[in-house]
Design a protein around this ligand. Structure first.
Ligand SMILES: *[C@@H]1O[C@H](CO)[C@@H](O)[C@H](O)[C@H]1NC(C)=O
Length: 128
């Protein structure tokens, strides 16, 4: 059952990149939106489908969630070829985020809601 839904989401996301199986207004949704909008097309298809598949974002490499698996606490996305400004309604909505590493990408700007990340203690934007 679980695998069926996972497989369904994977197929959907692989073939219809604009669709997502993440619940709206959850940390998983916000971070998927962020990656969808900033992963450059030159980056390998494998990584793209890995990050954008329906699997729980808490199990992604570089992600640490709280014990309830409701909120993202740590996000390391260094050197993934992320490109452009961070869009509104993505990273800035992860209100339990304590550590963010977007170093070694091509991030060009921060969203206005970035300043509502009141839990943030560590931010690495070097080499952008
Ligand atoms: C920030 O990221 C760069 C590149 O990944 C790394 O070399 C550096 O040590 C990081 N800085 C901190 C304070 O973690």
């Amino acid at each position: 059952m679980g695998f069926g839904i996972f497989g369904f989401c994977l197929v959907l996301t692989l073939f219809f990149k604009h669709l997502t199986c993440q619940q709206p207004n959850t940390d998983g949704f916000f971070v998927s939106e962020f990656l969808k909008k900033t992963i450059s097309s030159s980056y390998s298809t494998f990584s793209k489908s890995y990050y954008l598949s329906g699997s729980s974002y808490c199990s992604w490499q570089g992600v640490l969630c709280d014990a309830q698996k409701e909120h993202m606490v740590e996000f390391k996305a260094s050197g993934l070829g992320l490109f452009g400004p961070i869009p509104d309604n993505t990273i800035g909505k992860l209100n339990k985020l304590q550590s963010l590493d977007l170093s070694s990408n091509k991030i060009t700007g921060l969203p206005s809601d970035f300043w509502s990340l009141t839990s943030l203690k560590s931010l690495n934007l070097s080499s952008n």
